[in-house]
Design a protein around this ligand. Sequence first.
Ligand code: IFM
Length: 457
Amino acid sequence: MIDPKKLAARFPGDFLFGVATAAFQIEGASKTDGRKPSIWDAFSNMPGRVFNRDNGDIACDHYNRLDADLDLIKDMGVEAYRFSIAWPRIIPEGVGRINELGLDFYDRLVDGCKARGIKTYATLYHWDLPLALMGDGGWTARSTSYAFQRYAKVVMARLGDRLDAVATFNEPWCSVWLSHLYGVHAPGERNMEAALHAMHYTNLAHGLAVEAIRHVTPNVPVGLVLNAHSVVAGSDSGEDKAAAGRAFDFHNGAFFDPVFKGQYPESLVSALGDRMPVIEEGDLAVISQKLDWWGLNYYTPMRVLDEPSEGAEFPATRPAPFVNPEKTDIGWEIFPSAMTDLVTELYARYDLPELYITENGAAYNMEVVDGEVDDQPRLDYYAHHLSAAADLVRDGYPLKGYFAWSLMDNFEWAEGYRMRFGLVHVDYDTQIRTVKKSGKWYRELAALFPSGNHKSA
Ligand code: IFM
């Protein structure tokens, strides 16, 4: 077992350790205090979409257990909490009426963090689009970008004075491709044209929100959280290498290129441009405003082979076999060095600001036995990925912090409650929280920071 003290010694003393969650995955109280449904309420209530037809009605009941959960975060020894704000609590129909009771909840949350000396890293959008906006087409409609800009303004005007950082979006790859092309996440669409519209209007919404945040709260560092894919060709053949290039453009370039270069990847535009929405003058300038930081969510590499069949849709790839047969319970290959390679490649390709690893963690579904959860494989996963993160710091990348996904077991989207990512076990019948072996280990590490040893990276 990697000794947390030895690992700690490889990070500068001001490295930030945190834990992360998202509103829909933990809050529950889906009809409380004026909240209206999101696309995830509708999706999870439809048969066949989410495992066991689980939904977010109760989740971890965090809405009603806020203080106890903030105590738990404090007890985890971390310096920062990454959480998301639920748009359907703040502006329940997406546009129009503002719901003060929803804002009050996040007021209590940020005040509660501050009172406990915990830094606040807020995300404005972690997939819970107000359902009413689907009437206009949801993310496939340009009007949603402007609705999001207004929502960002409202949140920042109320909470911005106590936020240490804000991200516009969490993982646009999921809310665009996984939700509109692959049909796995809400709204469950499988249509390239819809996906391309969602791509551009999400990117535009990000840019419009950056503008709004800078206007309302110029001192809050603003960023974007991307689940960049470490794309690896399944063989050395020219075909598979070319496939990996296309996959990079599609899975990463669709978001990184407009935000950090002010353009869409050439390969994507030449293959799919005729199905993209009109990109209006000024859109790409809005989208590519300089950011203060960006967040990487990393779990597993993406291995690809060329898909030779005629008419295969861009990027025309298929999955390649794992290199490491070891996988987590959700079936994702464990490969920590792909995280280091990914960061190296991204900094070589783009002019990127400071970085936080905003999510990293593993699904293992061990239960409580005699009051303990022995989740050694999760502990090992963390230790090896943190070791890879320390290599990045050593190599001079501006990596400033790391957030474990997740504080506690929660609603794992299409997998429902069967996949557990928490450092803390949640018994969904009793809502009892039990800190797992990995949680105790992470606490030992995180509690060593800030160490006063602020050597530069
Ligand atoms: O649970 C999710 C989270 O909401 C976004 N990133 C990946 C996690 C694990 O799938």
